[in-house]
Design a protein around this ligand. Structure first.
Ligand code: 2NL
Length: 360
């Protein structure tokens, strides 16, 4: 019986040690197969005396059952492990690999941001955006706009002129975006509602002037457009742009060759605490010039001033961008310093909208 016990011990060890189903099958054949160790023991029963056969038979059959049961249990374990291994090895990754994030994230320049804000605000009021060339004719930049010959702006020291062409015409870098409005009036029939943002050029250079700067002008021409409409538009613009619920405005008389009457507009602000806040306080800040379009300009642009009238305004984009975003020196806009851009710039997909917030 010690032989049986040690055989049982060997077989159980072999079953436990079988690391896959093939190894386990080899153990089964070695024990229970035709020439297996347990089968060989069972074959000895026939030659035994009945008494001996009774006890030995029971013991050998018990061993056989025990080994069968252990083989079955071990097979279940190995089958489950094999299935787990297959499941782990055969997984299908249905996700797309993410793209590597850029080493450095770009930023939207504050001037581009303000261009987009202006577009959102005025598009909401039904304005179109009009653009024109930076290189203009003297006629569109000055003559059509009622600048008299000999006006200081027409002099070499204020305006960048190109060398005269053979026919004597002098092209120039536009000194304001007004020629875009002139082009609009020449090309379209009223009603006209446009804003014209863009680059402008004057010979001027110090802490508050750069030779190239940015303007946005607006123009409304219809049969009954008047300063009351202008006032409302500018008030809506100021509230939306400076992101305040109310802002007081003040109109002062002024002069421009292309408007009559001409006005300058100040908005209410608070300068206490080294920071300007709009829509509160007792101080005033000039933000734009405006007026009723001069009848000569309307006529010069092919419209009858006895039928059509309207208003226009103009402001410096650099200036309002500096005011809104607390930028102290105009020249920083033009330096292309990436560290400055990282601080003052905007995230590429945060497009300004009236519903989602202009600058948040
Ligand atoms: C300012 C003042 C202004 C205009 C621009 C304009 C354009 C046409 C006709 C009449 Cl086509 N006016 N533009 C009118 C008033 C003022 O700009 O201080 N800009 C920075």
């Amino acid at each position: 019986m010690t032989d049986l016990a040690s055989l049982e011990n060997d077989l159980m060890t072999a079953v436990a040690a079988a690391s896959d189903e093939a190894a386990l099958e080899a153990v089964r054949v070695g024990a229970l197969g035709k020439k297996g160790s347990v089968s060989a023991l069972l074959a000895t029963l026939g030659k035994m005396a009945p008494d001996e056969r009774k006890t030995a038979g029971a013991a050998i059959n018990a061993l056989k059952d025990k080994v069968s049961e252990a083989l079955g249990a071990r097979r279940d374990v190995l089958k489950a492990a094999a299935l787990d291994a297959r499941l782990a090895a055969e997984t299908v990754d249905v996700t797309l690999a993410t793209r590597e994030s850029p080493a450095e994230a770009g930023r939207i320049h504050p001037l581009s941001q303000v261009f987009d804000e202006l577009t959102a605000i005025f598009a909401d009021m039904g304005f179109s955006i009009a653009e024109g060339p930076d290189i203009e004719t003297d006629d569109l930049n000055f003559t059509k706009l009622n600048f008299p010959l000999g006006h200081p702006a027409r002099e070499m020291h204020d305006t960048f002129f190109f060398n005269p062409k053979p026919d004597g015409e002098r092209m120039l870098l536009r000194t304001h975006t007004s020629p875009v409005q002139v082009r609009t009036m020449l090309a379209q029939k009223p009603p006209i509602r446009v804003i014209c943002p863009g680059r402008t050029y004057r010979i001027d250079s110090d802490a508050t002037h750069t030779p190239q700067f940015h303007q946005v002008e607006g123009l409304v021409i219809d049969k009954g457009s008047h300063l009351g409409h202008l006032r409302w538009i500018l008030e809506e613009f100021c509230k939306a742009f400076f992101e305040v619920d109310q802002v007081k405005m003040r109109f002062r008389p002024s002069f421009f060759p292309f408007t009559e009457p001409s006005l300058e507009v100040d908005i209410q602000c608070n300068r206490q605490g080294g920071e300007i806040r709009f829509g509160e306080g007792e101080d005033w800040l000039e933000i734009l010039g405006c007026g009723m379009v001069h009848p000569n300009v309307i006529r010069n642009c092919g419209l009858d001033p006895d039928i059509y009238q309207g208003f226009a305004w103009g402001m410096g984009i650099d200036r309002i961008a500096m005011l809104k975003y607390g930028i102290s020196d105009l020249r920083q806009f033009f330096e292309a310093d990436v560290r400055w851009q990282a601080h003052y710039g905007f995230r590429p997909l945060d497009l300004p909208t009236l519903a989602g917030g202009l600058s948040s």
